[in-house]
Unconditional design. Structure first.
Ligand SMILES: [Fe+2]
Ligand SMILES: [Fe+2]
Length: 209
C-alpha cells in the first residue's frame, strides 16, 4: 500500500480482520463478504468470468481481464451516499458531474481499493477498473473488455433491450460491442441522471455522435 494511505482510517477499518492471500478469486469475495456485500461478490465473479471469455475471444491478456472483473466493483463496500465522503477521505478527484450522481464515483474508488487493499500495480488493470462504468477516450482493449463484461454480466434475471444487439455485435468486434452499448446510452442521454464526459468522449471517438 502507499505510504500516504497506510494508516488512512477508512481503509484500516475495511481491512480490519481481512488478510489477502494474493489470489483475487479468493481475496475479492472474502473482502466483500467480510464487509457484508454478498451481491457484489457474486457480481464480480460473473464479470471476472465474462471478462476472461471476452479477452480470450479478442486476444487480450485473460488474466488481466479476469483481475479487472474481480476488482471492478470492490467499492460496493461504500453505499452510494458515502461515496463522495470516501473519495474526499482518500484524495480521489471528483468531477462536478459526479457530484450530481455519486454512484458513478465507485469506479474511481475501486481503483484505490485495488491498489491499497489488493496490492494491484498493473496499470492496465487499474485503468480498466477505473473506467468500467463510463469507458473513456483512448480506452485500451482491456478497458473495453472489462467495460463490456460488466454489461453482459449484469445483475438482472432478464435482458436489457440492448443485450441481443450487444451479443450479436460482439460476434463482429469488441469495438462494435462498445458502439452498441454506447449508442443506447447516447440515445437516452436526456433521461439519464448524468451523461458522463468520459462516455461522451468515448462516443465521439467511436463515431457514435
Ligand atoms: Fe460498477
Ligand atoms: Fe459491475
Amino acid at each position: 500500500m502507499s505510504v500516504q494511505l497506510a494508516y488512512q482510517p477508512t481503509l484500516m477499518e475495511l481491512r480490519a480482520g481481512f488478510t489477502p492471500g494474493g489470489w483475487l478469486a479468493e481475496d475479492v469475495p472474502a473482502f466483500l463478504l467480510h464487509n457484508e456485500c454478498p451481491r457484489a461478490a457474486a457480481h464480480c465473479a460473473n464479470v471476472a468470468m465474462a471478462a476472461r471469455k471476452l479477452a480470450e475471444k479478442f486476444g487480450v491478456d485473460p488474466l488481466a481481464a479476469e483481475a479487472g472483473g474481480w476488482l471492478h466493483d470492490v467499492s460496493a463496500v461504500w453505499p452510494d451516499d458515502q461515496r463522495l465522503a470516501a473519495a474526499e477521505a482518500l484524495g480521489v478527484g471528483v468531477l462536478e458531474v459526479e457530484r450530481v450522481w455519486p454512484k458513478i464515483v465507485h469506479q474511481k474508488l475501486s481503483v484505490v481499493l485495488a491498489r491499497e487493499v489488493f496490492q494491484v500495480r498493473d496499470a492496465g488493470v487499474l485503468s480498466a477498473v477505473g473506467c468500467h462504468t463510463t469507458l473513456k477516450a483512448g480506452a485500451s482493449a482491456l478497458d473495453k473488455v472489462v467495460f463490456i463484461a460488466d454489461k453482459l454480466a449484469w445483475d438482472e434475471p432478464y435482458d436489457a433491450p440492448w443485450h441481443p444487439d450487444l451479443r450479436e455485435a460482439l460476434e463482429r468486434s469488441l469495438d462494435e460491442g462498445c458502439r452498441v452499448y454506447l449508442k443506447s446510452l447516447w440515445e437516452q442521454r436526456e433521461k439519464l441522471a448524468v451523461f458522463h464526459p468520459w462516455t461522451e468522449e468515448a462516443c465521439q471517438e467511436l463515431g457514435i455522435m
